[in-house]
Write a protein that binds this ligand. Structure first.
Ligand SMILES: NC(=O)c1ccc[n+]([C@@H]2O[C@H](COP(=O)([O-])OP(=O)(O)OC[C@H]3O[C@@H](n4cnc5c(N)ncnc54)[C@H](OP(=O)(O)O)[C@@H]3O)[C@@H](O)[C@H]2O)c1
Length: 167
């Protein structure tokens, strides 16, 4: 089972300007393509309620959508699953349902919770050539991990597509 984080970052390390700002307005077409490819390969996406709202409350097609929240929003389709389980429990449940990868899709609260739980094995980072100066950071608590660089590609527009293994 390979749970992984997939995220787009400004070059100064932010994932968004604020908790309701959609990331799709500043990310490259290469990032959007990679997000669709990798999350469809995983077949399951996990995200927090704030991130779900930035997607306009629409489920991502052809993937099981699992949303961290204490309540189901009225406009959520019935096939969307709501959870508040500890990360290790959710990953174990998804493994028992036949999934071999899980895409952890943010935001900062969810990325931090999964990293702190020690279940994340890969990071797919897109580093976009933009600066925010302020905003929401990828993680919001101290972490202590070493990473092994697996892949690092650069697009014509200056976007870097990086993959790390969590050691
Ligand atoms: N650049 C990127 O790649 C990227 C990716 C993803 C998100 N983002 C950005 O990140 C921002 C949102 O991040 P965020 O940190 O504010 O919020 P978030 O992580 O998306 O969601 C936080 C919400 O998740 C729920 N939650 C968290 N832990 C929970 C638990 N243990 N049990 C049940 N529910 C739990 C809570 O919802 P309830 O209040 O309903 O309980 C909480 O308010 C947005 O601006 C979005 O665009 C960027």
């Amino acid at each position: 089972m390979t749970p992984f984080i997939i995220v787009a970052l400004s070059t100064d390390g932010y994932i968004a300007r604020d908790s309701s700002a959609p990331s799709t307005v500043w990310t490259s077409k290469e990032d959007k393509k990679r997000f669709v490819e990798i999350t469809k390969r995983a077949r399951v996406v996990v995200m927090g309620q704030n991130t779900w709202k930035t997607f306009g409350g629409r489920a991502l097609k052809d993937r099981l959508n699992i949303i961290y929240s204490l309540e189901r929003l009225p406009d959520m389709a019935p096939e969307v699953e709501i959870t508040s389980k500890p990360p290790a429990d959710l990953i174990a449940e998804l493994a028992s349902r036949g999934f071999t990868e899980v895409a952890i899709c943010g935001g900062s609260q969810i990325y931090t919770m999964f990293m702190q739980a020690g279940v994340v094995k890969r990071l797919y980072l897109t580093i976009e050539p933009v600066l925010f100066g302020d905003g929401i950071r990828l993680f919001k608590a101290p972490l202590d991990y070493k990473l092994k660089l697996i892949d690092d590609q650069k697009t014509e527009g200056g976007t870097r597509l990086v993959e790390y293994e969590v050691i």
